[in-house]
Write a protein that binds this ligand. Structure first.
Ligand code: GCO
Ligand code: MN
Ligand code: MN
Length: 389
């Protein structure tokens, strides 16, 4: 079986991921900055489908309009030559000093206005490059000292910015969907709207909720000690999984952004199983974006090794998930534990259904005595993951 990636796998990387020079809070870069056009060529070579970017990853902050246009046209040509596309774009609202107190939620109204203006320009750039998804990651939208603002005011400002920007999209006729990315902390002490669940509710309070979904990230949900698979499943179930950031992370650490599948292989397996729908549910059809970067120990060769590893692990897990779900022993255990409702609860309450339920007789002890064989199920899953079944 070949696990070589093809364009159909929809694997994408950010300019900031494979282009990460290995800078960290304690140390200087260990790799040269790469030209975006070279990154596009390399991604095409290794079988990726696309490249994503922040405005500043491509057009350096402070570039003139002429420089911008030249950079954009060179990059478009590079993508075309490489046979890749740019499905997602986003705004850098965290690197410049002006964003030290946040962007859309900052206390200074000039900062808020500047952040929205910068996002409008970055959306124009994304659309020019062909992006269909626009990500919002509010890295600086948070606090160290919550005495500085009422968090309710921060939410109102965030909502105002998003409503303004969906309005801008509509006015421009942009075919662009927004994907909100949650993170509990880092770089701020606490970031507003810290999990995918928080985001899902927030979306329901927006002026144009139909245009807005989520971009959950493995590392971010794991940092919060939560089940990533449950968060993604909730987003899928309500039609809001617009994008996904795949990587590896251990609980209780800073945002590690490790190679996909390099930590918690079991969650990675269950995630791929969910996204690919091998257990029978609907499949996720969007790009599989790796928001990860190579270890600081790596040189250029190590970076591309890392990128190949993300895609190869995903494809192996997809095959493993298919084999697991096709396994008759698995199907038998799932079948013996899965029956239709005794009363049609999903049809809602009716007097008849209420009476039907009230009339039922349950032998709680007899029901509870049955063993469910989940130990066996999990062992079979482990063996599929280890490649011995
Ligand atoms: C992080 C985030 C970012 C965002 C990116 C796109 O923790 O640094 O995951 O990588 O995904 O800024 O919005
Ligand atoms: Mn991250
Ligand atoms: Mn991310």
């Amino acid at each position: 079986m070949s696990f070589e990636p093809t364009r159909n796998d929809l694997f994408t990387f950010g300019l900031w991921t494979v282009g990460n020079p290995g800078r960290d809070p304690f140390g200087h870069p260990v790799r040269e900055a790469q030209d975006p056009c070279r990154i596009a060529a390399k991604l095409g070579e290794i079988g990726a489908y696309g490249v994503n970017l922040h405005d500043e990853d491509l057009v350096p902050f402070g570039s003139s309009a002429v420089e911008r246009d030249r950079i954009v046209s060179d990059f478009k040509k590079a993508m075309e030559d490489a046979g890749i596309v740019c499905p997602m774009a986003t705004t850098n609202l965290f690197s410049q000093p002006i964003f030290k107190d946040g962007a859309f939620t900052a206390n200074d109204p000039r900062v808020r206005a500047y952040a929205i203006q910068k996002t409008m320009a970055a959306m124009d750039l994304g659309v020019e490059l062909g992006a269909k998804t626009y990500v919002f990651w509010g890295g600086r939208e948070g606090t160290e000292s919550d005495a500085c603002r009422d968090p309710r005011e921060a939410l109102k400002r965030f909502r105002g910015a998003l409503d303004f920007l969906t309005g801008y999209c509509e006015d421009q006729g942009y075919d662009l969907r927004f994907a909100l990315e949650a993170k509990p902390n880092e770089p701020r002490g606490d970031i507003y709207l810290s999990t995918t669940g928080h985001m899902l509710h927030f979306i329901s309070t927006l002026a144009k909720p139909e245009r807005v979904g989520v971009n959950p990230e493995v590392a971010h949900e794991t940092m919060a000690g939560l089940s990533f698979v449950h968060g993604v499943a909730q987003a899928m179930e309500c039609g809001k999984l617009f994008h996904i950031d795949l990587n590896g992370q251990r609980i209780g650490r800073y945002d590690q952004d490790l190679r996909f599948g390099s930590e918690d292989l079991k969650q990675a397996f269950l995630l791929v199983r969910l996204l690919e729908g091998t257990a029978g549910g609907a499949r996720y059809e969007g790009p599989r974006h790796f928001d990860a970067h190579a270890y600081r120990t790596e040189d250029d060769e190590g970076v591309w090794e890392f990128a190949r590893g993300c895609m190869r692990t995903y494809n192996i897990l997809r095959e493993r998930a298919k084999a697991f779900d096709a396994d008759p022993d698995v199907q038998e255990i799932l079948a013996m534990n899965t029956d239709a409702d005794l009363v049609d609860f999903r049809a809602g309450y009716s007097k008849d259904r209420g009476a039907e339920l009230r009339a039922m007789d349950f032998d709680a002890a007899a029901i509870a005595i049955k063993g469910l064989r989940y130990e066996r199920l999990d062992q079979i899953m482990t063996e599929h993951m280890m490649g011995v079944r």
